[in-house]
Design a binder for this molecule. Structure first.
Ligand code: PEP
Ligand code: MG
Length: 569
């Protein structure tokens, strides 16, 4: 079985259409009449612009303005004075227009491709798309179009460009499979916006399949089943039917407030790892960012990201959220996340060692840089600070006093920031839970990190399958820890959210409503599911279920009871 990255949810079942995106071929010539060649370029630019605007308008109707702006961005790149003057210079020197466009675009492509951030690499893909289309216009060739496709077509192609994605005959496409491109590529963004299942990065697919072959793709798991037998086919037809029914049902929750059956309001926020992920929050209809795991900015690189780089990432996520809350967690390194350049000592028990805030206490300069970047980003929206791995109130006091120093420094330098920026505590150690009443007096909000809270409460490594039988949010001790934490927050009148995986577990929804949770923070793809779940319960029903559960002694019994009673969507 071939596999790629699931980039746009859904099951696609259909017949292969292999597209060999042949590059436009031209003969490189020396030009005498450079004036005429420059005019040819002008006319190709005009027809390119017209065709692109047409595609963008089509896309705007089918997907939205943001998606259309990807293509409008191509028009802007082409009108970039540097790019244009470089192309024109080559033509004036006697190069033919096609070769001039190719050379200059390739120059930009190699600069962009060499960078290791996804966003800049994406610009290389955009430039590649633009280059090949502009050359086609110069040659008077037709563009690659996916119109008049037979129903249930699964397109298999090396790389799908934004212009191809926009131009396709959406009704007849059952899915895309590409060899290149990842979850954050423009192709993935467009596929999601158009609701077409897609698996990207499936190397070798174009050579493996032939036109007309039956094929199945799973846009969540990234699985591809080529030439399925009857049994597999009917298994996936069933899966597809269930998926489609559920999606239809959940679509009704898009753009709606999150309310329970009594009309009490909640929020469903999202967990993100990069500033770019904020786009997924918008796509998924999240009500803000409940957890920005900033350690991803520090991983897989050789040096610490500068304060400016961090600031730009936090500001970018904040601006994308347009005033919705953005909870930025200071970096949680240590445990299973190693960062060699931070000079962390080897420890026998890294999960119990200098993880997160504990590392920061002995390296205050690093967290000071991060806090300054976050506080400065607070001038651009509703930013909140979240401190991970708190086990003792002195750790919270340490961070708060540092925040106060930074605020004074920024005030003196007349740098804007939110003077009332909130500081929250992650409740993910049993100690933090047991002193939640004390912490609630000094923190502005709580965020319950069940992934770690389960691990530390049960003394069961979250990554060790051998102790997996202990690792469950439905353990009575863990449920009591959650209930106690929420009660302490409610008693003190501070907001409490949950950002661990348990927040996205529909069986937990009635318990969390009954305990008094305010906000759920989940992956962008789970927002509608949890909003839908919350809408099903009155407070009375949630209390009834919770009362029964809290009498039970075993997690299996609890899970079974909840599954039976709730029959989730
Ligand atoms: C948690 O522990 O629940 C949490 C959200 O943090 P992380 O998974 O990043 O440790
Ligand atoms: Mg954690």
């Amino acid at each position: 079985m071939v596999r790629g990255t699931g980039a746009s949810s859904g099951i696609g079942i259909g017949y292969v259409k292999v597209i060999h995106d042949r590059k436009p071929v031209f003969e490189r010539r020396r030009i005498r009449d450079t004036h005429a060649e420059l005019e040819k370029l002008e006319s190709a630019v005009s027809s390119f612009t017209l065709a692109t605007e047409e595609l963008a308008e089509k896309l705007e109707k089918e997907a939205g303005e943001k998606e259309a702006s990807i293509l409008r961005g191509h028009i802007m790149i082409l009108n970039d004075p540097v790019l244009r003057s470089e192309i024109e210079k080559l033509i004036s020197g006697g190069e033919c227009a096609e070769a001039a466009v190719e050379q200059i675009c390739n120059m930009f492509i190699s600069v962009f491709s060499a960078r290791d951030d996804e966003l800049t690499r994406q610009r290389a893909a955009d430039m590649e798309d633009l280059k090949s289309r502009l050359i086609r216009h110069l040659l008077g060739m037709d563009e690659v179009r996916f119109t008049c496709l037979p129903p249930d077509t699964v397109i298999c192609i090396r790389e799908l460009t934004p212009s191809m994605t926009a131009g396709l005959d959406k009704e007849h496409i059952a899915g895309f499979i590409t060899e290149k491109g990842g979850e954050t590529s423009h192709c993935a963004i467009l596929a999601r916006a158009l609701n077409i299942p897609a698996v990207l990065g499936a190397e070798g697919i174009a050579d493996l399949v032939e036109n007309g072959d039956r094929i199945i793709l799973d846009g969540d798991s990234g699985e591809i089943i080529h030439l399925p037998d009857e049994k597999k086919l009917s298994e996936y037809q069933n899966k597809k039917r269930l998926y489609d029914e559920r999606t239809e049902l959940l679509r009704n929750f898009r753009g709606r407030k999150t309310v329970d059956a009594d009309g009490n309001e909640y929020s469903v926020l999202c967990n993100i790892g990069t500033a770019e992920d904020a786009d997924k929050v918008i796509d998924g209809d999240g009500e803000g960012v409940g957890l920005f795991r900033t350690e991803f900015l520090f991983l897989d690189r050789k040096t610490e990201p500068s304060e400016q780089e961090q600031f730009e990432a936090y500001r970018s996520a904040t601006l994308k959220m347009k005033g919705k809350p953005v909870v930025i967690r200071t970096f949680d390194i240590g445990g299973d996340k190693e960062v060699p350049y931070l000079g962390m000592k080897e420890e026998e028990n890294p999960f119990l060692g200098r993880r997160a805030i504990r590392y920061c206490m002995i390296h205050p300069e690093i967290i000071a840089r991060q806090l300054r970047a976050i506080i400065k980003a607070s001038a651009y929206g509703d930013v909140k600070i979240l401190i991970p791995m708190i086990a003792d109130v002195t750790e919270l006091r340490f961070v708060k006093s540092m925040i106060n120093e930074i605020k004074t420094e920024l005030d003196i330098k007349k740098i804007a920031f939110d003077k009332d920026i909130q500081v929250g505590v992650m409740i993910e150690t049993p100690s933090a839970c047991l002193i939640a009443d004390i912490l609630a007096k000094e923190a502005d909000f709580f965020s319950i990190g069940t992934n770690d809270l389960i691990q530390y409460t049960m003394a069961a490594d979250r990554g060790n399958a051998d102790v997996g039988y202990l690792y469950s949010v439905f353990k009575p001790s863990v449920l009591r820890a959650i209930r106690h934490t929420i009660k302490c927050a409610n008693d003190e009148g501070i907001m409490v959210e949950m950002c661990g995986e348990a927040a996205a577990n529909p069986l937990m929804t009635p318990l969390l409503i009954s305990f008094g949770l305010d906000k759920f923070s989940v992956s962008a793809s789970s927002v509608l599911k949890i909003r839908g779940e919350i809408s099903r319960y009155t407070k009375e029903r949630a209390d009834e279920l919770t009362h029964a559960v809290m009498q039970m002694e075993c997690s299996d019994e609890i899970k079974e009871y909840l599954s039976r009673q709730t029959q989730t969507m």
